[in-house]
Design a binder for this molecule. Structure first.
Ligand code: NAD
Ligand code: IPM
Ligand code: MN
Length: 322
């Protein structure tokens, strides 16, 4: 398994995630990779092809967060994180939100297309008449495989409910493709109840009535925004975990908290490590150790407040006491 601590609070929370895995009695062979904004500022390295090729041979990657002040926006985000998602074909970004007894939902975010594809550019850049365009790429194959994953997941959950979130009233091309594909796949899953919400309304329901949701499927950018909101309404961004999955297992999957490198609190031992610890539990699920994953999730329940290391130590102590 490859470990990329990254920048800011990334290495701080990843250390606690690895501590929890060890305390759960799981032995993982880890290879550490010094990558991220800090490395880029030091020697210009972003993501060498040789490293990407090494990763293709691993079963999982565990990432803290990347992005550092002083690095132009996008250099590391696109050059490292999105390159991982795209080149390793991690086409599902699964982000669960749990706040008993009310909230138990999972957002399935398409992870390789949409506005993230980078389509567009400048015309007459730097002139008073400059134009910036940034398109959204939605392929039938990309949309369908993500929607199929969401239906398969919804079918395995007690509620069997799936909501498509989009903006079909304005994004009439991409929205049409998503909606048609959703209905076609729905016909193959008559036991899954379906719903549709425009993304703006979904923001209201996330805050006022999150209980209505079970599984949600949505495009890359809507999923990005909705999942920060999902964190905020279910215990905070400090507990929001995620899995970037290659469900076909043609290479590794990648596990990381939803949050970023949080430069505002970096280096102060103040970050909540629970998001990273729960992401490690998602990784153990994926690697087949569901028992250890379940014990880690139980140990995170009602985790005590405190510093990053205090929270991590308390969770590790609970696991060792199991
Ligand atoms: P952020 O998620 O880093 O921080 C947003 C707010 O949430 C901040 O106030 C921060 O202090 C707080 N926060 C985040 N994680 C926390 C935790 N574990 N415990 C307590 N508080 C926490 O988002 P941002 O400030 O917009 O981005 C900072 C950098 O991180 C940018 O460079 C961005 O591109 C990058 N980023 C990386 C990832 C990733 O690597 N997966 C994800 C999001 C953002
Ligand atoms: C996330 C992050 C990334 C995204 C950024 C850092 C590229 O916000 O994982 O949610 O937008 O996907
Ligand atoms: Mn995000």
């Amino acid at each position: 398994m490859g470990v990329i601590g990254g920048d800011g609070i990334g290495p701080e929370v990843v250390a606690e995630g690895l501590k929890a895995v060890e305390a759960a009695g799981v032995r993982l062979d880890t290879v550490e990779y010094d990558l991220g904004g800090a490395r880029y500022l030091r020697d210009g390295t972003i993501l060498p092809d040789s490293v990407l090729d090494e990763w293709r041979q691993l079963d999982a990657l565990y990432l803290g967060a990347v992005g550092a002040p002083g690095v132009p926006p996008g250099v590391i985000e696109r050059g490292l994180l999105l390159k991982m998602r795209f080149d390793l074909d991690l086409y599902v970004n699964q982000r669960p939100f749990l706040l008993p007894p009310d909230v138990d939902m999972v957002v399935i975010r398409e992870n390789t297309e949409g506005t993230y594809a980078g389509e567009g550019g400048f015309l007459r850049k730097g002139t008073p008449h400059e134009i910036a365009t940034q398109g959204s790429v939605n392929t039938r194959m990309g949309v369908e495989r993500c929607i199929r994953y969401a239906f398969d997941l919804a079918e395995r959950r007690p509620q069997k409910h799936l909501t498509l979130v989009h903006k079909t009233n304005v994004l009439t091309f991409a929205g049409d493709l998503w909606e048609r594909t959703f209905h076609e796949v729905a016909a193959e899953h008559p036991d899954v109840e379906t719903a549709y919400n425009h993304v703006d309304a979904a923001c209201i329901y996330f805050v006022e009535d999150p209980q209505r949701y079970d599984v949600i499927v949505t495009d890359n950018l809507f999923g990005d925004i909705l999942t920060d909101l999902g964190g905020a309404v279910s215990g905070g961004i400090g507990v929001a975990s995620s899995a970037n999955l290659n469900p076909d297992r043609t290479g590794p999957s990648m596990f990381e908290p939803v949050h970023g490198s949080a430069p505002d609190i970096a280096g102060q031992n103040r970050a909540n490590p629970v998001a990273a610890i729960l992401s490690a539990a998602m990784m153990l699920d994926f690697l087949g150790d569901t028992d250890a994953a379940e014990r880690i999730r139980a140990a995170c329940t009602d985790a005590p407040a405190g510093s990053t290391t205090e929270i991590g130590d308390a969770i590790a102590a609970r696991l060792q006491g199991d």
